[in-house]
Design a protein around this ligand. Structure first.
Ligand code: PLP
Length: 381
């Protein structure tokens, strides 16, 4: 039976399931998005219009925050958040090195210094203890990432930020709708989301900053629009980091569909975890309700390339997120100062992780193909 209890069996994709590749992502843009885009094109408001404002309100409300400031991407959402908090040269921001490059690059673009701390092995997210050990008198912010859609330990990070007087900046680019003890990620501190095409919902390109602080919201709006409000003087250094009306129109439709897609991702994750052998599935962590932007397993180091080749030969796409820690990217050469960089769990994750398809477009036949392919893998002795 198709529905919320079992994966779809009878979608049009099911007939092609035997031969077609099982893709790692499946951006879904349907007739409603098309109609919303055409309505924008038929009008005459393309920027700073009513759809951006409505999308900001709806996305913020969905996550239990008071204000949303929509941006051109997740990367610019992070940058605008840092600028609005006045974080810049001489300041340090604690980030994980096991994340997408943009997490740390945003700190550099703001003129501040990223300080890399280790992750906790169970969640793949920044470890609160490691983050605290990295705090210095120059630390201005701590930036947990809700990686793969798994909430970071927001009780610990809220307490740490409060006690040490730090800005809490959530990189929620991968975690639309995820909750920590029943409360949405993105509502604990200032947060940044991405709507890139492969995310759990998309505006093709786009992002948003959430906050419940009215004064910060004012500064965010300035930073995203050349530091200017209306026709007044430019009171802050900012840039053009705005979202356009086409993106917002798509985003409003996608947001309405997000709860159903999230339910399907969770269902697919449960289906895989109940059946996969050999690999270690994502862990259940009490109080955290992830949204499975990725379904990321671990396997013994040294076996990953052969499992990927085995799955590829059976028409199943996989990805390694992330094969290299950010601090080891060539762009960070010469930018690490005197950091000790003892990040054993980060290095282990880079060696062991593999992401399998989990998106909402999968049907039962495709999930069964993934299970069969993984479970027939025979590691080299
Ligand atoms: C953890 C993380 N942070 C930031 C970003 C940046 O988002 P965008 O690609 O929309 O600029 C991404 C997206 O890829 C991400 O995964």
């Amino acid at each position: 039976m198709a529905g919320l209890d079992s994966p779809r069996q009878n979608s049009t994709r099911a007939q092609a399931a035997d031969g077609a590749r099982v893709t790692i992502a499946n951006p879904t843009l349907g007739v409603e998005e098309r109609a919303a885009v055409l309505a924008v094109l038929d009008g005459h408001e393309f920027a700073k219009g009513p759809r951006v404002a409505a999308f900001e309100r709806e996305f913020a409300e969905f996550h239990g925050a008071r204000y949303g400031v929509a941006t051109s991407s997740g990367a610019t959402a992070l940058l605008v958040a840092l600028l609005a908090h006045g974080i810049g040269p001489g300041d340090e921001v604690i980030v994980p090195s096991f994340s997408f490059f943009a997490t740390a690059a945003a700190v550099v673009l703001a003129g501040a210094s990223p300080v890399f701390a280790d992750i906790d092995a169970a969640s793949f997210c920044l470890s609160p203890e490691a983050a605290e050990a990295a705090v210095t008198e120059r630390t201005k912010a701590v930036m947990p990432v809700h990686l793969f859609g798994m909430p970071a330990d927001m009780a610990a990070f809220s307490e740490l930020a409060e006690r040490r007087g730090l800005v809490l900046l959530e990189d929620a680019a991968q975690a639309h709708g995820a909750t920590f003890r029943g409360r949405s990620v993105g509502s604990f501190g200032t947060s940044a989301f991405s709507f890139y095409a492969t995310k759990n919902m998309t505006t093709l390109e786009g992002g948003i900053v959430l906050t419940s602080d009215a004064e910060l919201c004012r500064r965010l709006r300035l930073c995203r629009n050349h530091g200017r409000e209306g026709d007044s003087a430019h009171s802050l250094i900012g840039g053009n980091f705005r979202m356009n009306e086409l993106a917002a129109a798509i985003g409003r439709v996608q947001l309405a569909r997000l709860p159903a897609w999230t339910a399907e991702r969770r269902l697919h994750a449960r289906y895989l975890s109940a059946r996969l052998k050999f690999v270690a599935p994502p862990l259940d962590i009490p109080g955290r309700d992830p949204v499975f932007h990725q379904y990321t397993v671990r396997l013994p180091a040294g076996q990953r390339d052969s499992l990927m080749a085995h799955l590829d030969a059976r028409g199943i796409d996989t990805r390694v997120y992330y094969p290299r820690p950010i601090h080891a990217e060539p762009a960070f050469r010469g930018r690490l100062g005197g950091q000790r960089l003892e990040l054993p769990e980060t290095l282990r994750a880079c060696r062991e992780v593999l992401s399998l398809p989990v998106h909402s477009g999968l049907n039962e036949a495709e999930l069964d193909r993934i299970v069969a392919a993984v479970n027939t893998f025979r590691p080299e002795a």
